[in-house]
Design a protein around this ligand. Structure first.
Ligand code: BMA
Length: 312
């Protein structure tokens, strides 16, 4: 059966061999258009197993050139050093009011939390602060204020319910609250074990399109797939539809085997003016891949073939 996401013929688009400094993987990248070019912030494992963030550029969104130096490495001083000593991972980029905001996972002996950084030129980034406590991952910020407030999706961990997608609001991007859960994993479904926001939400005429990852546990280990949900434009805590079908699963050899087998994991997507979206995903936590889809097809899937958002 044909999927709604068409894989780029020359996948993988970026591997460790394209990186001019020693790394073991290239994956889970945020991507954004900046001055007519595509900027990719990608995660790489070093040989000690900890991660850093590199930067690559492209004119067409598929053929990327990696810059000679990493973009972000764990901070060495002060409060940032304490909370990212084990590495920086899975960056998302949001163009908001002319600034480029980067949210990434900071790992340390105290757990994983999300740090907010900002850049205006992609030459360097300034860390603004941690915007979650420990045990949060996958923060994506909406690219505009909604009803006077900034909004974000994230995925706290908890032992008491399956790991779900939450929404929170802020007046200053640093202090967040009014949080509520909006989408839970669906029991015995492809996303039954846990879910998390992927790319920065995409504004469409029918709602905010959210690409998320969902995980299913098998006897052979966890399988990471991608799915879509649609949120109300004026009140994104209102879920208009979560598609029952996944839109992408590990199938290519570099998605099925690698550093972690059976993983497609999305941190970035770029909507184009012609109604096509470029979707980027890490394959098996090892390489970067890309594909395209019609935005209207993804929106229709959410609306026409929904599954319950919060279950019973
Ligand atoms: C998640 C995160 C991702 C990773 C995925 C698959 O928990 O660690 O960064 O891509 O697992 O290993």
């Amino acid at each position: 059966m044909k999927y709604l996401v068409e894989r780029y013929l020359n996948n993988p688009i970026l591997t460790k061999d394209d990186v001019p400094y020693p790394v073991e993987t290239v994956h889970n990248a945020g991507v954004v258009k900046y001055k007519g070019r595509y900027i990719m912030l990608f995660r790489s494992h070093l040989r000690n197993g900890r991660s850093i963030i590199g930067i690559a550029e492209s004119g067409d969104g598929f053929r990327f050139t990696v810059r000679p130096e990493p973009f972000m490495t764990p901070y060495k001083e002060g409060v940032f050093a304490a909370y990212e000593e084990f590495g920086v991972e899975d960056p998302r980029i949001c163009n908001l009011e002319g600034a480029y905001l980067i949210t990434y996972s900071a790992y340390s002996r105290y757990g994983v939390r999300i740090c907010l950084a900002e850049t205006g030129d992609f030459k360097s980034a300034v860390r603004l602060g941690f915007i979650t406590q420990a045990d949060h991952r996958n923060v994506v910020i909406f690219p505009e204020k909604i009803n006077g407030r900034y909004a974000r999706l994230d995925r706290p961990h908890t032992e008491h319910m399956p790991w779900s997608i939450w929404i929170s609001y802020s007046l200053d991007l640093l202090h967040w609250g009014d949080s509520r859960v909006i989408v839970r994993p669906e029991p015995y479904h492809w996303d039954g074990m846990k879910i998390g926001p992927g790319a920065t939400p995409i504004k469409t005429d029918k709602g905010w399109l959210v690409i998320y990852h969902g995980v299913f546990e098998t006897m052979g280990g966890a399988v990471y797939r991608l799915g879509v949900a649609l949120l109300d434009l004026c009140d994104p805590s209102r879920v208009l539809g979560v598609a029952d079908d996944w839109i992408l699963q590990p199938e290519d050899p570099w998605e099925v085997t690698g550093y972690v087998q059976n993983v497609v994991f999305c941190c970035g997507a770029v909507p184009e003016e012609d109604g096509i979206i470029k979707i980027y995903w890490g394959g098996a936590d090892t390489v970067m891949c890309a594909g395209t889809a019609k935005i209207s097809d993804l929106v229709d899937l959410c609306l026409n073939k929904p599954r319950p958002a919060l279950g019973i």
